[in-house]
Design a protein around this ligand. Structure first.
Ligand code: NDP
Length: 445
């Protein structure tokens, strides 16, 4: 890391004590910026780097709610409005017991560069709560969402900050939060949240977008080597929104996904995942992966262990941060894996990324490979603003075009800065320069 960049990183660590995921995300971006700053030293002037690592605004609030037994709970809510150079803050809300300021900050920081890569005029933000929706009734989830939105509503708006879903936040939660926002504001601002239901301002393809985009990114990477996903064995982690639609698109492109997982273990289905059954178990019944195995002869559940122990050609980590470490990366490489496309945010640890890059395999970092979700959220905002709705084919064609452009921007930036094929450098450099140029144009704000 260059001296000027190293100093900024040390300041981030000192100022944000204990926020290890945030440190990790900042380190990964700053590490890539050496060649960019060497070529364009003005990016290190005017405290631009110091400004970009400091959120514009951090909101933390109490979320009290009452469970079905009448007991009062207090959770903590967050919204980090990180950077609005390119447009309103945009990024999801995560409901998971592991949520804290450092995790939301890492996600918000990543979101700045991801959103810049989509070229759609959206700034970076993220939010959420340490609330755990698992095992809660619909009524409990609704009361929590209403309490959460009662505070969040004063900070967001269609031209200010537009949240969406993430881990633990899907169509149900977005619906409850939208209902409460509308009630508080007495205003039908469809563009204040994305991931809405189709009957009230949602966009076709938003549900599928992140998983589809991750697979399209893998396909584009393979095309640079004259290959495709056809006939490839695919390993997927997670069994949520991103994982399910990554499996769907991989199947459509002729590959065979054979795994998925949740926090109770992973499933290997050598015959190929039965997608309809998986959707029934996870989307309709809100069940566990074991429920799939009970109904699917030939599939096996491995409780504990790592899904990355299974040999395959392509790995799509679609669960959570740091789920794939250096040992897992080396096991994947020994098993013949030649492509990793990250559906989750920062799922590979720095050691894993290093192992993939050393081995020279195709590695697509999350901020590029999973940008299809936020890109389609921006398409949802566009439809809301125009009071219109596109059909599935139109929305999917736009997503496909955006993913191809993101891929090509990464390739071009990696070449420009002397590391052809390095998608980590490419994504960071391309995303950073787009935001930095606009921050310079806006002056010291
Ligand atoms: P979901 O809540 O729909 O699914 C998450 C899945 O990952 C579940 O199967 C969950 O299992 C598993 N998981 C979560 N945390 C852990 C953990 N600590 N250990 C093991 N398994 C875990 O979330 P999404 O599919 O929406 O999000 C998955 C990833 O994709 C996240 O990193 C998210 O930030 C990223 N992402 C999502 C986008 C979107 O549009 N939804 C956009 C871009 C990125 P369990 O139910 O047992 O917890």
């Amino acid at each position: 890391m260059q001296d000027v960049v190293e100093k900024v990183y040390e300041q981030v660590v000192a100022r944000n004590r204990g926020e290890v995921e945030f440190h990790q995300a900042v380190h990964e971006v700053l590490e890539s910026l050496g060649p960019v700053i060497a070529k364009h030293p003005h990016y290190a002037e005017g405290a631009l780097l110091e400004r970009i690592v400091e959120p514009e605004r951090q909101i933390m609030f109490r979320v009290p709610w009452v469970d079905d037994a009448g007991q009062v709970h207090v959770n903590r809510g967050f919204r980090i409005e990180f950077n609005s150079a390119l447009g309103p803050y945009k990024g999801g809300l995560r409901f998971h017991p592991s949520v804290n300021a450092g995790i939301i900050k890492f996600l918000g920081f990543e979101q700045i560069f991801k959103n810049a890569l989509t070229a759609q005029g959206i700034g970076g933000g993220k939010g959420g709560s340490d609330f755990d929706p698992h095992g809660r009734s619909d009524a409990e989830v609704m009361r929590f969402c209403q309490s959460f939105m009662t505070e969040l509503a004063r900070h967001i708006g269609p031209s200010t900050d537009v949240p969406a879903g993430d881990i633990g936040v899907g169509g149900r939660e977005i619906g409850y939060m939208f209902g409460q926002y509308k009630r508080l504001r007495n205003s039908y601002d469809a563009g204040v949240l994305t991931g809405k239901g189709l009957a009230w301002g949602g966009s076709l393809v938003r549900t599928e977008a992140t998983g589809y985009g991750t697979v399209l990114f893998a396909q584009s990477m393979l095309a640079t080597k004259g290959e495709s996903l056809e006939g490839k064995k695919v390993l997927v982690s997670g069994a949520g929104n991103v994982a399910i639609y990554a499996i769907e698109k991989a199947q459509q492109l002729g590959a065979t996904p054979i795994t998925f997982s949740d926090s109770s273990g992973y499933v290997v289905d050598e015959a190929g995942v039965d997608l309809e059954l998986l959707k029934q178990v996870k989307e309709v019944e809100r069940g566990r992966v074991a429920d799939y195995v009970e109904r699917r002869p030939g599939a096996r559940l491995v409780a504990g262990g790592s899904v990355w122990d299974v040999p395959g050609d392509v790995a799509l980590p679609c669960a959570t941060q740091n789920e794939l470490d250096g040992d897992a990366a080396n096991t994947l490489l020994r098993g013949g894996c030649g492509v990793v496309s990250e559906g989750a945010n920062m799922p590979s640890t720095p050691e894993a990324v290093e192992a993939f890059q050393k081995a020279g395999i195709l590695f697509g970092p999350g901020k590029a490979a999973n940008a299809g979700g936020v890109a389609t959220s921006a398409l949802e905002m566009e439809q809301n603003a125009g009071r219109t709705r596109w059909d599935f084919a139109t929305a999917e064609a736009k997503l496909t075009g955006i993913m191809a452009d993101i891929h090509d921007s990464c390739v071009a930036a990696a070449e420009e800065y002397g590391r052809p094929g390095d998608y980590v450098l490419g994504a960071n450099a391309a995303g950073f320069t787009r935001v930095a140029d606009v921050m310079i144009a806006h002056g010291i704000v």
